[in-house]
Design a protein around this ligand. Structure first.
Ligand SMILES: C[S@@+](CC[C@H](N)C(=O)[O-])C[C@H]1O[C@@H](n2cnc3c(N)ncnc32)[C@H](O)[C@@H]1O
Length: 284
């Protein structure tokens, strides 16, 4: 499924879940279905969730020969408990979260995720969300922009960038990825951190993870496992903190004292894997 997405830490995540035949698993971030397909190959049943209708449609078409063991639901993983209940996936042997965006989302210019492709400043993973990145750029105050660039982009020049945006938008509305990238470039060079911050806010990414983790743990059967792949330090910090909290409350044990990271060979094949970290937790 390389045209839609190259799965990151595929074997490591599947090994971490200890997939067994005829057991049930939830893939909370279906994407191109790479992890789901591997679980199905090993004989597990899968409930696949994604907020993006394009991901659901792609996997429905590509895994149609396996559809008897696969349920697909468009939804947000912050509702994982409700989605699991409605689909009879309440006591599961494992749940995987592979966070962030798929290559398909990044590469599609019309989705507006990449500063390298010209497109509308959209960045919604769920096409039904009401607020796009261009709306934030239009309505947030200088202080608010500064706060999100600082907090969610960890951008040291957030104040100068916010000033440049506010000054530019008073002349002409900023509507596209390249328009924004050009403004940021003049002040700070690359706009990766600014795009990351906007994406996190548009999709309410960090709150979704915080909501989902305790719910996911509650869906696991005894000895069931949670495998989570994250791509930046803000996400990884949340996961680490939750795992420590679960362990402190005697709900299970952390399997990965240090996160599992991709091999040099994987990074050479897929640059996007560079920042990936996999953490695994086992329920009592
Ligand atoms: C990195 S991709 C997953 C790739 C997949 N594991 C594979 O191997 O093909 C992440 C996917 O998670 C989805 N996603 C992100 N946040 C979500 C959320 N809160 N709820 C449901 N899906 C989400 C995105 O739309 C995207 O398709």
């Amino acid at each position: 499924m390389t045209d839609f997405h190259i799965s990151v830490l595929l074997q490591e995540a599947i090994a971490g879940l200890k997939v067994e035949k005829n057991k049930k698993y939830i893939d909370a971030t279906l994407g191109g279905g790479g992890h789901a397909r591997e679980i199905l190959r090993l004989g597990g049943g899968v409930l696949g969730i994604d907020v993006d209708q394009e991901a659901i449609d792609y996997v429905r078409e590509n895994l149609k020969s396996q559809i008897s063991n696969l349920k697909l639901v468009r939804g947000n993983f912050r509702d994982i408990d409700r989605i699991a209940r409605l689909n009879n996936f309440e006591e599961v042997a494992g749940i995987i979260f592979d966070l962030g965006v798929s290559s398909h989302q990044i590469d599609a210019p019309e989705r507006g995720f990449s500063f390298q492709n010209e497109g509308p400043l959209d960045m919604r993973m769920d096409q039904e969300l009401g607020v796009r990145a261009l709306d934030l750029i239009k309505i947030l105050t200088k202080d608010e922009l500064n706060e999100i660039f600082n907090k969610f982009g960890e951008e040291s020049r957030s104040w100068q960038i916010s000033e440049a945006i506010v000054s530019a938008r008073s002349v002409k509305e900023i509507k596209t990825t390249r328009e924004l990238a050009k403004i940021v470039f003049k002040t700070a060079g690359e706009s990766k951190k600014i795009f990351q911050a906007l994406r996190i806010v548009v999709n309410d990414e960090l709150n979704s993870i915080m909501d989902a983790l305790p719910k996911a743990l509650g869906l696991l059967e005894p000895k069931g496992r949670l495998a989570i792949i994250s791509f930046h330090s803000l996400e990884d910090r949340i996961i680490k903190k939750h795992f420590l909290e679960f362990e402190r409350k005697n709900m299970g044990r952390i399997i990965t004292q240090k996160p599992i990271v991709p091999s040099d060979a994987e990074i050479a094949l897929n640059k996007r894997a560079r920042s990936a970290k996999l953490r695994i937790f086992e329920r009592n």
